[in-house]
Design a protein around this ligand. Structure first.
Ligand code: HEC
Length: 127
């Protein structure tokens, strides 16, 4: 009878430590998972979310060098042609004629904001 009791106690003890141990483990797994996600998010931020100037140089400067006319027209009349940022954004997303569209896979919304901000404040050299 005593042996049975001891055995029961041991079993109960093992059960308790297994369950609490399991809890600690899954907390740890969650934490590791969170750190991984955070790293992934950061690396994504490094590769995208370019500044307006970076995007302009990458995607626009060939045809609108420094905002002046080239293959495309000068960008010194944006205020008149696109009174609102929404109009300008829609135009950039869609493209026109020889000007290529900029879909969201190429230019995310944040980058489009950055680009429009850059265009609104850029000093266009006249030529
Ligand atoms: C391959 C050349 C090319 C590239 C690259 C290009 N554009 Fe253009 N862009 C043009 C042409 C051509 C037009 C005139 C389109 C038309 O109306 O037919 C134009 C027109 C525009 C206009 C209208 C200007 C106005 O006042 O009416 C804006 C704004 C503009 N581009 C911005 C951009 C931005 C921002 C980028 C980069 C994301 C860009 N373009 C990339 C060729 C280009």
């Amino acid at each position: 009878m005593l042996m049975l009791r001891i055995a029961f106690c041991l079993a109960a003890l093992a059960l308790v430590s297994a369950t609490t141990g399991g809890c600690v483990m899954s907390e740890e797994m969650k934490r590791i998972e969170q750190v991984k996600l955070e790293k992934l998010r950061k690396s994504e931020e490094m590769t995208s979310n370019l500044s307006g100037k970076q995007i302009f140089v990458r995607s626009c400067n060939t045809c609108h060098p420094g905002g002046a006319s080239g293959m495309g027209p000068s960008l010194d009349q944006l205020k008149d042609h696109f009174p609102t940022d929404d109009k300008l954004k829609a135009f950039i997303r869609q493209g026109a004629g020889a000007m290529p569209p900029q879909p969201v896979e190429v230019l995310n919304d944040k980058e489009l904001d950055n680009l429009v901000d850059y265009l609104r404040h850029m000093e266009v050299e006249r030529n």
